[in-house]
Design a protein around this ligand. Sequence first.
Ligand code: SAM
Length: 446
Amino acid sequence: MSDVRKPDARETALEVLMQVDSANAWSDGGLKRTIAKNKLDSRDAALATRLCYGVIQNRMLLDYYIGCWCSQRPERLESVIRNILRLGGYQILFLDKVPPRAAVNEAVEMTKRHRREKAAGMVNAILRKFAANREDMPPLPKGSPAQTLSLRYSHPRWLVERLLSLIGEEETEAYLRMNNQVVPTTIQTNPLKGTPEELEKLLRQTGAQVEPHPWLAGCFSVSGTGDLEQLSAFREGRFTVQDAAARLVATVAAPAPEDRVLDVCAAPGGKSFAMAMDRRDRGQILSCDVHPHKLKLIDSGAQRLGITSIRTALADAREEHAAWLEQADVVVADVPCSGLGIIRKKPDIRYKNPRDLAQLPAIQGDILENACRYVCPGGVLVYSTCTVLPEENQEIIHVFLSRHPEFRRETFTLPGPVGLCDGEATLWPQRLGTDGFYICRMRRKA
Ligand SMILES: C[S@@+](CC[C@H](N)C(=O)[O-])C[C@H]1O[C@@H](n2cnc3c(N)ncnc32)[C@H](O)[C@@H]1O
């Protein structure tokens, strides 16, 4: 940049968007690092996050509109100009609080600050078109439902086509729309550090909006808190941040107080923590992960929450550990997956390369195949993912059960609208308001 003024929310969002463009970086990590580097206060941090996520959530649509008024194709523009246009276009179309003229002027100034004076006129002209046509933007090209939904909600066509084949047009549109909305955060009370009532009171004192979760005891939907991790209630370990669907994995695993639990893909620890809290820190949980730095997250999280029943171990869940064979009453395999169920929280997941995602079922199958050996006779095996694709879910289980007649699916009941499940449940965001998730419970013959 040409001048030395402190980067604000817009500059921070631009910096992160360019990192995402050039280094294929994840926006959540980029935001965390760049917000800290630029020393943004909580208001600017929230705005930078909204701008960055908003652009990613609407990137294909914004590029389409930019292309309507630009002599060059948006992908041919220099990254800094393309992202300044996206940021300006997003604010004009989606943020009521920013007057369109201010968004245009800010984008033009930004262009100049980045020493692209020659492009300032083009940025001005394109964004003025956005502002003038805000209520009546150019129509989307006529096409198949998949093409139209893909562009309207900025999700790649392959994903829209998969969803259409799974849940039909109406639900696909609801799912895509939901992925572009701001979602409240779900938190769970840590009963080791206090009651839900105490937590609710503490959170309200910070000015946050707090609503008891409609069907999860001890959980709340919160918004308006800024960075939750900065709250003293968080630092004191009074709650964990976990989506309702993820929390249900512990409900399905339901280890008894004395059960030995093995969590084979445990970092950063959310499901291990939920199980430990559910049984008031009794029994033992061995929480493993293949990445050493991630084990530290489990250790520090457990310490914050006052949990002493969790030990961590470095282990590749695909490799057999002889000492663990048939030693666990409950094994949880919350396997690495495409993450398509959590696009509403991590918007860039939608742009993952489907070729890379196609590698996952083999890994998931290998992990399950190995993890099942640790289940003691009569014990429970839980398999879960934060995705909704059958090839990472039901199809993995189908193959597994056909090879392992000593396991069978076991019925469980979930709270609220889900109710009784025949051994497995796919949780869909547009039906439940949760992340997209799959959970399967199996029992080994005694
Ligand atoms: C979906 S995340 C687990 C989330 C965790 N259960 C929680 O609730 O916080 C999947 C985890 O599996 C780990 N992982 C990936 N491949 C693995 C492997 N071969 N063995 C063990 N862990 C693995 C990743 O590092 C990641 O932390």
